[in-house]
Write a protein that binds this ligand. Structure first.
Ligand code: PLP
Length: 256
């Protein structure tokens, strides 16, 4: 697309290094860049870390008048808003322009249920006249796009409703809290955003066989540096406890 990517380093808490961000923006400006797309993630796939627009966007605005900001909520977009009171990370914030969420992650909908939402007046920029041989505008259900998928995700959302989803998501966060409290007691290092259902355990503190026995997910299965647990509804308390007891045994046998 002819875009110039600007990457910003993160600190030990997986938060953007804001001094680095400001330096990178000043540098970009000096190199003639006048327009930005700011991409923030609500729940990264491996760690569940959540970027903070309240810290990031004021720095962007200080240096750039023209920018679009997007939230990638593919993973966290259907849990974080239910479990967090942070109301600045959505389209009610005038400086956030678009959001993506995936039905096929937290909602366990069929694949192909990603949703893109943006502020009024912006979708026209994504529209093309290239497919004018199909009736209707390019940004809705037309041509071969699956209406069944749209109905599936609608059904899944409506079956539980807002309070139903809030209840389910809070339950997952409670179970994740339980894992983290036990890891703390064992002195095992991990990363977790307290409003998310993902725990990424430092591989140095994790037994490889045990991680594989319980099907934890590695950042790289050939050379794991992190093993993550995604607490979904099927990760029931007795399975979690079995895992934690096994882990406790390993911790004891290696420290003696
Ligand atoms: C899964 C995921 C994606 C990719 O989205 P798909 O709709 O599955 O292609 C992008 N970003 C994050 C944070 C994800 O977890």
């Amino acid at each position: 697309m002819g875009l110039t990517p600007i990457s910003v380093a993160i600190d030990e808490n997986r938060a953007w290094d804001l001094a680095e961000l400001e330096k990178a923006l000043i540098n970009a400006k000096e190199n003639g860049i006048r327009y930005l797309v700011v991409h923030m993630t609500m729940g990264t796939t491996m760690y569940g870390s959540v970027d903070d627009p309240i810290l990031i966007l004021p720095i962007v605005k200080k240096h750039f008048n023209h920018f679009f900001s997007h939230i990638d909520g593919a993973f966290g977009g259907l849990i974080y808003p239910f479990t967090s009171e942070n109301n600045d990370f959505n389209l009610s914030n005038p400086d956030i322009h678009s959001v993506t969420i995936d039905g096929h992650k937290m909602l366990q909908a069929p694949y192909g249920t990603g949703i893109f939402i943006c502020k009024k007046g912006l979708i026209e920029y994504a529209q093309t006249a290239e497919a004018s041989y199909v009736q209707g505008t390019d940004f809705t259900l037309c041509g071969s796009r699956s209406g069944a998928n749209a109905i599936a995700v609608w059904m899944i959302l409506m079956t539980h409703g807002h309070s139903g989803w809030q209840y389910l998501m809070e339950k997952l966060v409670d179970r994740t809290d339980h894992i983290c409290e036990t890891l703390d007691q064992m002195g095992i290092r991990y990363f977790r955003n307290p409003k998310m259902n993902i725990v990424a355990i430092n591989a140095e503190d994790m037994d490889d066989d045990l991680a594989r026995k319980y099907h934890l997910v590695a950042d790289n299965f050939n050379d794991p540096k992190w093993w993550k647990i995604v607490v979904m509804t099927h990760a029931e308390k007795h399975i979690i406890d079995e895992f934690l007891i096994d882990l406790q045994k390993k911790v004891k046998s290696t420290t003696i």
